[in-house]
Design a protein around this ligand. Sequence first.
Ligand code: ADP
Length: 165
Amino acid sequence: MAQIGFYPGSFDPLTLGHMDIIARAARLVDRLVIAIGQHHGKKPLFAIDDRIDMLKSEAAPLSRKHGIEIDILTFDTLSVDAARAAGANLIIRGLRSSGDFEYEVRMAGMNAQMAGDIETVFLAASPQTSHITATLVRQIASMGGDATPFVPASVAKRLRERFGR
Ligand code: ADP
């Protein structure tokens, strides 16, 4: 059976932590769907189209390297419903901390009850990137800091353009 992974997140912006999970997931699945959740009422830093572009350009080399299809899409439904609609049997999540763990295990448990055919797979964050969060990247960039150590170069460029550095 083909393993199809669904990796949901906000990706606002895409960080090296996300890239670590995407690169490692690409070695485990036959097809990877990266899904940008749209939360109405939450004003994002980057518009959906910008986030799609960031993910597309950074995922393309991994898709070639691993010989798998990596699709980028958006969703505004429950993630289990979006995963099923995308034909996925695995939901991929990254675990950074005990805080992530508490929340993620609850969510995986509830998702398992709603969709017993979809398994959540956790990848432990790599030590080099486990401290990175998109929220802090947004704060650093908006206060004039340099986000280069935390995001792909193309995203750092977009942040500089956005905040005029
Ligand atoms: P953030 O929590 O940084 O705002 P998202 O909501 O887009 O980012 O997170 C989507 C998924 O990526 C979640 O499973 C989250 O745990 C994972 N993730 C985010 N940052 C990292 C990181 N530095 N290392 C590993 N996983 C991460």
